[in-house]
Every structure is written in structure tokens, then in C-alpha cells.
Design a protein. Structure first.
Length: 68
């Protein structure tokens, strides 16, 4: 977890959206809102990708449709 990942310049200018899966990521979701990205929040956990895949996928598809 101490590894720094190089982020390409201009990455946040690409069409993007943010799906918040738990309250632990509220700050990241707020940052996405500040960038005017479409956002959605599910009341679940990061494990919901595996335990509720259809619900997570539906939310991702809805966000992708907003991005274009």
C-alpha cells in the first residue's frame, strides 16, 4: 500500500463518473462532484461487486449512459 502510482497528466479531463459503494469513500465521491462528474451512491460495501454484481453493474451502466 506504500507504492506510489504515476498518474498521467490530464487524467481528470476525460469523461468520467464515480460510483460510491460505501461511506468510507464519501470524500472521493465529493471530489467527483466537484469535478462535475456524474455520481451515484449504493448503500453497500466494496464486496458488493461480488455479492450483488447485478446491482453494481446496473449502477455502472446508468453512469456510463450519463458520460456518453
Amino acid at each position: 500500500y506504500d507504492l506510489e502510482v504515476e498518474v498521467p497528466s490530464g487524467w481528470s479531463e476525460w469523461p468520467s463518473a464515480y460510483l460510491q459503494l460505501s461511506t468510507a469513500y464519501a470524500g472521493d465521491c465529493a471530489a467527483a462532484v466537484e469535478r462535475s462528474w456524474p455520481t451515484a451512491t449504493l448503500d453497500c460495501t466494496h464486496l458488493s461487486v461480488h455479492t450483488e454484481p447485478q446491482r453494481v453493474l446496473s449502477a455502472l451502466v446508468a453512469l456510463a449512459e450519463q458520460v456518453g
